[in-house]
Design a protein around this ligand. Structure first.
Ligand code: PLP
Length: 466
């Protein structure tokens, strides 16, 4: 297995002390804290380009852009300077009946970049709030236009849409929800686009796509179209391990939503801002939603922000007379984050990052496809710079691991071994076990090769341990 290079310039931290304080006081997210009782808490202290450095001075390739966030790479001085300038001029003002130039300019720019008549930008501080905002807007919209019964949401199985209780209801991962039931009622699930495990039409992707879109149509009909407000879908579903849409899927879904007067919400919290090589991922697949939810890559993570970008048609009833949207966040559209988002979009333009992803995506795919020769690799799927590698016990039957094996393989070995070998990414078993990859958009062939080589060596070792 590869050993990680030591970068002494970063080794100025007292790792023991940091770990002890973390164990005592830092409640980490989605983290089994007991795992760190006797082990150091991995602590990242610095980033540069596509690399991150830990408190021991070890360097890793950032195979996940932090958490699908750091599109332009780490250590961009100009984004830090944009934040500094804005904080010096106006550090904070809310968007509650007052505006500030950064939110206005960013909203204007996002409306320009968004497709169709998606022209109204409601800022949040992150993705879950954007999803929450979109559901609330959809509910109120139908009340304002005289269809007050339309309030339910259809989303897809295993999809992740965030942790606020509304967004969590929309989420389709039972284990993420079970402790918080009862959640917001009215959120129903339909099939996702996992073609590798297609329950129908496993030999014909277009027929499978029609079936999967129709499954959402069936859910709308089962619930009663008069009660359904919105369908929430990601362009490429992350959870479960990167499910791209089959050809024609979104066109059919758009027709289904139109037929039933149901809003189509494109949850692009991961897929927007170049992850698939376009600013908004719906453009890549040729559909126009009624609302886009986005966050993460908007600032490449240099400051938090999110947004629901809403069509003129849906926003219209909120803009007349005494009606308004009684909803908002103190930090939504924060001036520093908005200024950083503008500077981030400038980098996208200047460096042609979307074109870079479009040019390089075939090479990324081809490099990861090489892993298919390993007995543990069942499927390699994704789009742009966004991939999932599904691990199986038996390639021919596609048999997956039982709970015990999953526990030993993913939590007990893989995540740690990949990290120790110099690759930060994620081994996830919210559906079938997958390794998720989403490197910064600046990388090219040499990083693809490095990722492939580390994965090859660690997955080979994992197989030998089974
Ligand atoms: N929606 C999708 C598709 C996501 O992937 C995520 C987070 O990963 C969210 C919503 C929630 O975003 P946040 O963690 O910023 O609240």
């Amino acid at each position: 297995m590869t050993t990680t290079p030591i970068d002494t310039s970063a080794a100025t931290f007292d790792s023991e002390k940091l770990s002890a304080a973390a164990r005592e006081h830092l409640w980490m997210h989605f983290t089994r804290m007991s795992a760190y009782q006797d082990a150091p808490v991995p602590t990242i202290v610095r980033g540069e380009g596509a690399r991150i450095f830990d408190s021991f001075g070890r360097s890793y390739i950032d195979g996940l852009s932090g958490l699908f966030v750091v599109q332009v790479g780490h250590g961009r001085q100009e984004l830090a300077e944009a934040a500094y300038r804005q904080a010096s001029e106006l550090a904070f003002f809310p968007l509650w009946s007052y505006a500030h130039p950064q939110a206005i300019e960013l909203a204007d720019r996002l409306a320009d970049l968004a497709p169709g008549d998606l022209n109204k930008v409601f800022f949040t501080t992150g993705g879950g709030e954007a999803v929450e905002t979109a559901w609330k807007a959809a509910k109120q919209y139908f009340k304002l236009v005289g269809k007050p019964m339309k309030h339910k949401v259809i989303s897809r199985s295993i999809a992740y849409h965030g942790t606020p209780q509304g967004a969590l209801s929309i989420t389709g991962i039972p284990d993420a929800k079970k402790w918080f039931e009862p959640l917001v009622p009215g959120a129903h699930k339909a099939a996702n686009t996992n073609f590798y495990r297609a329950p129908e039409h496993g030999d014909d992707i277009e027929a499978f796509g029609r079936w999967a879109a129709d499954d959402i149509g069936r859910a709308i009909e089962m619930e009663g179209p008069d009660t359904v407000a919105a369908v929430f879908v990601e362009p490429v579903q992350n959870s479960g391990g990167c499910f791209p849409p089959p050809p024609g899927y979104f066109q059919r879904l758009r027709e289904i939503c139109d037929r039933h007067d149901v809003l189509l919400v494109s949850d692009e919290v991961i897929c927007a801002f170049g992850r698939l090589g376009t600013t908004f991922a719906c453009d890549k697949f040729g559909y126009v939603p009624d609302i886009i939810t986005c966050a993460k890559g908007m600032t490449s993570g240099y400051s938090p922000i999110g947004a629901a970008i809403v069509s003129d048609r849906v926003a219209e009833p909120f803009y007349s007379g005494s009606d308004y949207f009684p909803h908002g966040y103190t930090f939504g559209g924060h001036p520093v984050s908005a200024a950083v988002a503008m500077a981030n979009l400038d980098i996208f333009d200047r460096e042609g990052l979307n074109q870079h992803v479009l040019q390089n995506e075939p090479a990324f795919r081809a490099t990861l496809d090489k892993l298919r020769d390993l007995p543990i690799v069942g499927d390699v799927r994704g789009d742009g710079y966004f991939y999932g590698i599904e691990l199986v016990k038996d390639k021919t039957t596609k048999e997956t691991f039982d709970d015990d094996e999953s526990e030993r393989l993913l939590r007990g070995f893989l995540s740690k071994a990949l990290f120790e070998a110099g690759l930060y990414c994620r081994a996830d078993d919210r559906g079938d076990p997958v390794v998720q990859l989403a490197p910064p958009l600046i990388v090219g062939q040499s990083e693809f090769d490095e990722i492939e080589q580390i994965l090859r060596s660690v997955l080979t070792e994992a197989w030998s341990r089974l």
